[in-house]
Design a binder for this molecule. Structure first.
Ligand code: SF4
Length: 306
């Protein structure tokens, strides 16, 4: 229904819009996060690694222009394209003065071949001045904002030390929608003490808010994080591959067909991953999802209800 997929992938959508393959360039804008600099906390979210959730980004020692050139060089070995989305992934990418944000974002979108801008941030870091800047960028380029909601359940939000309530996410969505800015919501599957049903409730919630896109992440234990320490002291059950695949499909069925699915697997670094090891074989997980969708006669939106 979406090329060779039974769900609405980002790849499909970007090809439709830009007429060719578009690659994301993961950039490090040199930001920090209120959950780490002492404003809300110093330890960050429990699963967050040293590099602030963006282990594959360019180096912050380089300028944005240099990072873009470096990433293009790396990707050109694998992909034949000259269209890119500049993706600010590490830490909280709207957590600075508007002047600095403006300089960084514009440096990125002015590079040749950059057709869009993706900014990962927190819903509590979107003041009116930042929103005004985002509106301006939205006029100039293909913009989307990524918000790490992870779960709608307050108990889990406390456990992961997210640092804001669900209402803050709701308010941010409202404000961004009013400005016609695309939003992608991140959800994590497999948090301790969350049942299959709890996760489906989070998915239904995001389906109802009808953001432009969604990312499904598998909870994985990465060495060097507080979650790793917690897991060693309080081992909890982690999802196996079949369980995860089944959950992803249940989730896809609940989404509206127009919602873009940016990700359906985790993406941890091999050398840092402790568990679950099966998550390293991304291709197997992706083909497992495709196969199971076929076997079930299923597709995105099959059970979506307005
Ligand atoms: S909000 Fe993002 S960058 Fe900040 S601590 Fe949490 S995961 Fe890390």
């Amino acid at each position: 229904m979406w090329g060779d997929k039974r769900y609405h992938t980002l790849n499909y959508e970007l090809r439709k819009i830009f007429g060719q393959k578009v690659m994301k360039l993961s950039l490090d804008g040199g930001f920090t996060c209120p959950n780490r600099d002492g404003t809300l906390g110093t330890k960050g979210c429990i699963f967050c690694g040293e590099e602030g959730s963006g282990e594959f980004a360019g180096s912050r020692c380089l300028s944005i222009k240099e990072q873009i050139e470096e990433q293009i060089k790396l990707l050109s070995r694998k992909w034949d394209t000259n269209r890119y989305i500049a993706y600010f992934q590490n830490f909280t990418n709207t957590y600075s003065t508007c002047e600095e944000l403006r300089n960084i974002y514009f440096e990125a979108i002015e590079e040749s071949g950059v057709v869009g801008l993706a900014i990962a941030t927190r819903p509590d870091c979107l003041g009116e001045d930042v929103l005004d800047l985002l509106s301006e960028l939205n006029e100039k380029t293909f913009l989307w904002i990524e918000l790490g909601l992870q779960t709608i359940h307050e108990k889990s939000a406390k456990f992961i030390r997210r640092g804001y309530p669900l209402s803050t996410y709701d308010e941010a969505i409202e404000k961004l929608k009013k400005r016609n800015i695309r939003v992608v919501t991140h959800l994590i599957f497999g948090l301790p003490n969350e049942s299959h049903n709890d996760i489906l409730k989070s998915i239904r919630y995001v389906a109802k808010t009808n953001t432009w896109g969604v990312k499904f992440h598998l909870l994985y234990i990465q060495k060097g994080t507080d979650l790793y320490e917690y897991y060693l002291n309080n081992p909890f059950s982690l999802m196996d591959k079949d369980e995860y695949i089944s959950l992803v499909i249940d989730g896809l069925e609940l989404l509206p067909k127009e919602m873009i699915v940016h990700r359906v697997t985790g993406d941890g670094k091999k050398e840092l991953l402790y568990e679950p090891k099966w998550s390293l074989d991304k291709l197997k997980v992706l083909s497992g999802i495709d196969n199971e969708l076929k076997i079930r006669g299923s597709y995105q939106g099959k059970k979506y209800m307005i």
